[in-house]
Design a protein around this ligand. Structure first.
Ligand SMILES: Cc1cc2nc3c(=O)[nH]c(=O)nc-3n(C[C@H](O)[C@H](O)[C@H](O)COP(=O)(O)O)c2cc1C
Length: 154
């Protein structure tokens, strides 16, 4: 384990549009040597063994990715400590509603969340070269790493 991580953390993620969310996840896993599981590519996670589970997703139609929610509704064990990471064209607190309802429904303890902008070319926005260009920035990616590091100190 790098950087003295004692807790067993797994991050499950879904990052389909431009790999924006994956950039945050990769930065955390590279620094801390923890496991990340790509739900889009049907990787399997041993969530039962984790103390902390990170849930990371791009925002699609105002929600964490539906396939990720489906996966977690089947596979997220009860009572885990959970945190959320997301990227979207324009982050809003309401985007966490569906995932929070799911984790609360499994008696998981919410320990925090991090969100930032992610480059978007969905629908007509691509005609103008997309929105949130250049995001996540290096600063935003480092922000995700600092967020995770803060969680470990709690
Ligand atoms: C189908 C689709 C729907 C989207 N819906 C929203 C949305 O409701 N709100 C928003 O702020 N961004 C929305 N976006 C933009 C994405 O959230 C943003 O580009 C995000 O960083 C994508 O993450 P990813 O590259 O990890 O998949 C949408 C993008 C796509 C492709």
């Amino acid at each position: 384990m790098k950087e003295g991580v004692k807790m067993n953390t797994i991050i499950v993620y879904y990052s389909k549009h431009h790999g924006n969310t994956k950039k945050l996840v990769d930065a955390i896993t590279e620094k801390y040597g923890i496991t990340a599981v790509d739900i889009l590519n049907k990787e399997q996670a041993e969530l039962e063994k984790a103390d902390i589970i990170g849930i990371a997703s791009g925002i699609y139609a105002g929600s964490f990715a539906k396939p990720l929610l489906k996966y977690l509704s089947r596979n997220l064990p009860e009572g885990k400590r959970v945190f959320f990471i997301s990227t979207s064209a324009g982050p809003k607190p309401g985007y966490e509603k569906s995932i929070r309802a799911l984790t609360d429904g499994k008696s998981c303890e919410y320990i925090g969340s991090y969100s930032c902008k992610g480059f978007n070319t969905f629908g007509p926005t691509k005609l103008f070269g997309g929105t949130a260009k250049g995001h996540p920035t290096d600063e935003e990616i480092n922000g995700a790493v600092s967020f995770f590091s803060g969680l470990l100190q709690k």
